[in-house]
Design a protein around this ligand. Structure first.
Ligand code: ADP
Ligand code: MG
Length: 201
């Protein structure tokens, strides 16, 4: 088993994040917790890359649909469709438009429990209900309801891998091996050093 400090996760600042001038703010949030940036690039995604990215998990359409239906029911509302697969397909079409609308910034972050820590800092999928203090909770206000009314994907600034399994598929989907930099960063001495015996002279 690899040490938890070696864990890697994939993050993409979506086109609305670039347009809102939030690149610095978003990078800062992951940096300040102690994660290490090991890859970064800006580009306009191709539609087929976006589709393949979401379909890396064969159950994604169903799960995304179930999440949306559940959120409507919790609010005592009727979802526009009760069929998860159908909702998932609609979301996928919306995402293809959303993510190809302009440049994105793709990154790989490494550090202890990187997948979980990045998701915690990023916040829940729907900005309307994501916690205050998270990036999605603090910087945007979209909802499933607005997205459905306007027939588009929920705008929530960021994609972040949802599990280690997802991260392991998404990183090689967007980055070649030589785009990922293996290097040491001095703060790792404090975050992970076992004896903390390198400070005093
Ligand atoms: P997350 O990005 O938090 O992992 P999902 O993987 O469930 O969320 O969904 C991928 C993306 O699809 C979301 O970030 C959001 O932009 C969009 N999305 C999810 N559910 C819906 C929905 N019901 N309606 C519109 N867009 C959605
Ligand atoms: Mg997801």
């Amino acid at each position: 088993m690899t040490h938890p400090k070696e864990e890697r996760t994939f993050v993409m600042i979506k086109p609305d994040g670039i347009q809102r001038s939030l690149v610095g703010e978003i990078v800062k949030r992951y940096e300040r917790v102690g994660l290490k940036l090991i890859a970064l690039k800006m580009f306009v995604p191709k539609e087929e890359m976006v589709e393949q990215h979401y379909l890396l998990d064969p159950n994604w359409k169903r799960i995304v649909g179930e999440k949306a239906i559940e959120s409507y029911r919790k609010k005592g509302m009727n979802p526009p469709s009760g069929k998860p697969e159908e909702v998932g397909e609609r979301v996928l079409q919306g995402l293809k438009k959303y993510l190809t609308a302009g440049p994105v910034v793709a990154m790989v972050w490494q550090g202890a429990h990187a997948v979980e820590v990045v998701r915690k800092i990023t916040g829940g999928t729907e900005p309307r209900s994501s916690d205050v203090g998270t990036i999605r909770g603090d910087y945007v206000l979209d909802s499933y309801q607005m997205a459905d009314t306007d027939g588009r994907a929920v705008r929530n600034l960021i994609h972040a891998s949802g599990s280690l399994e997802e991260a392991e598929k998404e990183i090689p989907h967007w980055f070649s091996k030589d785009e990922i930099v293996n290097y040491k960063i001095v703060q790792e001495k404090i975050l992970y050093d076992v004896n903390l015996d390198g400070i005093l002279e």
